[in-house]
Design a protein around this ligand. Structure first.
Ligand code: S3P
Length: 442
């Protein structure tokens, strides 16, 4: 149990860890290009270490210092040290590791068994398996009935065998998913022609940006991208990773909901495909400024927030992909907003690390917030109505990092002490979260 005391106000400049999504891609692409690439700063969170461990097992050399990681690699085809086949890889609890890396493994010349920790073993994989099979991949998992949707899906462990040929194709994705898009993009590097992918709405474009940086031919127009096969990738030698907007989001909301506060968060990734929350919060009356804007292969800037009286808004489905991981903390912000907030098109939240619609309903309603889930066509919406001051209670993390951090931020703005059952899960993306929170009380 972790106790959360109320925080009256803040006036500080902080930094949050390097972006998790960009770091996964940095480790993977650095392991595919010939030679050395230094990734700096490097985040040693559970999910990123899961990707790094897989790449090391496949044969990439890795030298970790306190602030950076240097990867030394041999090229597009791995030659794992272990001669016994199949090679066994472990994605731990990282969905991004398993889904994105599957796109790379299907193109290799050895058999791999891709295993997952129990929580990831409950997450659906059909979404990556079907398009990869269309490209000629030989990949399978276990068919089971999904408890939430009632739909049959395919679950880890995955068995991946060498494909005869990887075929280029045209893909129209039913859901906007950067993980699925990225798996197809990695496979398309090995294909026999140009592969195109169209999404219903644009999901985060970190793979597109990083592949271009590594010399691959990627063209993007609206929600369609075209990827060319490559002979090899070229290392940029040094790769700067901006701070994670999804981690910054917790403190952005904290700065807004506390009274008499001002917070500056340094060098945060401001990629528009990730920062949908900023537009929604601004519409809610949030006092947020973006300063010191810089541009590398990804844009980044300092984010300045000041206490604001928020008002409710309606979030449309097209806005959700650019803030998919921030919906829990938006629910926290909405609990302090005047009026009725609707967040439409949130069905995908049910298949994240946990069912985040349920975890927000359980936690926020326990604290006295009027929150409910309603159907919205064949999708769902969350409705939060302002009914006055929420109260401190015992919160449940459901062992999901973003739920735990959202509830801690919420609890810091309440009058009185709250508690939460688990904080260990936060190491998945933000190992320094608790020490950063503690530093805000000093
Ligand atoms: C991610 C994509 C998103 C996001 C996840 C990280 C990525 O998942 O929720 O935390 O790095 O590509 P989906 O692709 O399932 O939307």
């Amino acid at each position: 149990m972790y106790t959360i005391k109320p925080l009256l106000n803040i006036n500080k400049t902080i930094t949050v860890p390097p972006d998790k999504s960009i770091s996964h891609r940095a480790v993977i692409l650095s392991s595919l290009c010939k030679g050395k690439t230094t990734i700096k700063p490097f985040i040693e969170s559970d999910d990123i270490l899961a990707t790094l461990n897989c790449m090391k097992k496949l044969g990439a050399g890795a030298k970790l210092t306190k602030k950076s990681l240097t990867i030394n690699s041999a090229g597009m085809y791995f030659n794992p040290k272990l001669k016994k086949t199949p090679i066994s890889l472990f994605a731990a609890e990282s969905g991004t590791t398993m889904r994105i890396l599957s796109g790379l493994l299907v193109c290799q010349k050895f058999t791999a068994i891709f295993k997952a920790a129990p929580s990831l073993s409950k997450r659906p994989m059909e979404r990556v398996i079907t398009p990869l099979k269309k490209m000629g991949a030989i990949i399978s998992g276990t068919f089971k009935d999904d408890k939430i949707s009632g739909k049959r899906d395919i679950y880890p462990p995955l068995r991946i065998e060498p494909a005869k040929k990887i075929k280029a194709g045209e893909f129209k994705l039913e859901i906007a998913s950067a993980q699925v898009k990225s798996a197809i993009m990695l496979a398309s590097l090995y294909a026999n022609g140009i592969t195109t992918i169209t999404e219903p709405y644009k999901s985060r474009d970190h793979t597109e940006r990083m592949l271009k940086l590594f010399g691959a031919g990627v063209m993007a127009k609206d929600t369609t991208i075209a990827c060319q096969p490559v002979e090899g990738l070229i290392s940029p030698k040094e790769l700067f990773i901006p701070a994670d907007f999804s981690s910054a989001a917790f403190f952005i909301v904290l700065g807004l909901i506390l009274k008499n506060s001002r917070l500056i968060i340094k060098d945060v990734n401001t990629n528009p495909t990730r920062c949908g929350l900023l537009n929604v919060l601004k519409r809610m009356g949030a006092n947020i400024k973006i300063t010191n804007e810089k541009n590398a292969y990804e844009p980044y800037a300092d984010i300045v927030v000041e206490s604001s009286q928020l008002k409710a808004t309606i979030v449309e489905p097209y806005e959700v992909p650019s803030m998919i991981d921030e919906i829990p903390v938006l629910c926290v912000a909405s609990s302090f907003a005047k009026g009725r907030t609707e967040i439409k098109g949130v069905k995908e939240l049910k298949v994240k690390e946990t069912d985040r619609v349920k975890s927000m309903m359980v936690n926020l309603s326990r604290a006295g917030v009027d929150i409910c889930e309603e159907s919205y066509g064949d999708d769902l919406k969350i409705v939060i109505t302002d009914i006055g001051k929420p109260k401190p209670v015992n919160f449940e993390s459901f062992h999901d990092h973003r739920t735990a951090m959202s509830m801690i931020i919420f609890a810091m703005a309440l009058e009185g002490e709250s508690r939460i059952d688990d904080t260990r899960c936060i190491n998945k993306s933000f190992p320094e979260f608790i020490s950063l929170v503690k530093s805000l009380y000093k």
